[in-house]
Design a protein around this ligand. Structure first.
Ligand code: SF4
Ligand code: SF4
Length: 173
């Protein structure tokens, strides 16, 4: 069976297009048309006064990570390295230490996530066998003026609460 092939002409090769100016005027004409249309029908323009007016984040949306805690406030993570092993960006750094309260064998002494490397895929959350890491914080904007601040530490991850309605239930604890 013959496959139909549609050849699309490459834009930008004619003399008029290469002159740029007519294309710029054309582009400004489109902008002006939209501007006038919106001016005439301003009711339909959706404006959000961000950051004063926050966006609604659905509960399943993957935001900045957090580490969950037990009811006694201790870290849930058992330093099994499953998240770090599954992380495609290799941006989770864990150092395990012995846990001496008899709850589990190990816990992380250090648990850092380099957010500059993270691709927010959620594999770490999926890989965790004890629901110790979540991305339900609703934090979508992490900004700073230096690279070092983009590495979030265990303490920062533990202090971050989940969005309302995303806290683990008693059974999950
Ligand atoms: S969201 Fe993906 S890239 Fe980011 S830390 Fe988790 S596994 Fe790694
Ligand atoms: S967060 Fe979960 S998967 Fe990662 S080391 Fe801790 S217990 Fe293991």
């Amino acid at each position: 069976m013959a496959i139909k092939v549609r050849t699309v002409e490459r834009a930008g090769s004619t003399l008029m297009e290469r002159l740029y100016l007519p294309e710029i005027i054309k582009g400004m004409g489109i902008t002006l048309r939209h501007f006038l249309r919106n001016l005439h029908d301003s009711k339909n323009i959706i404006v959000r006064d961000y950051p004063e007016q926050k966006v609604e984040i659905p509960p399943r949306w993957r935001g900045r990570h957090r580490l969950t805690t037990r009811e006694d406030g201790s870290i849930k993570c058992v330093a099994c390295f499953m998240c770090a092993t599954n992380c495609p960006a290799k941006c989770i750094f864990i150092e395990a230490t012995e846990r001496e309260d008899g709850v589990t064998e190990k816990m992380p002494a250090r648990f850092d996530i380099d957010l500059l490397e993270c691709i927010y895929c959620g594999f770490c959350v999926e890989a965790c066998p004890v629901d110790a890491i979540r991305m339900d914080t609703g934090i979508f904007s992490v900004v700073t003026d230096n690279r070092a601040d983009m590495v979030v530490t265990k303490e920062q991850l533990m202090q971050t609460p989940g969005m309302p309605g995303c806290e683990p239930t008693k059974e999950e604890n």
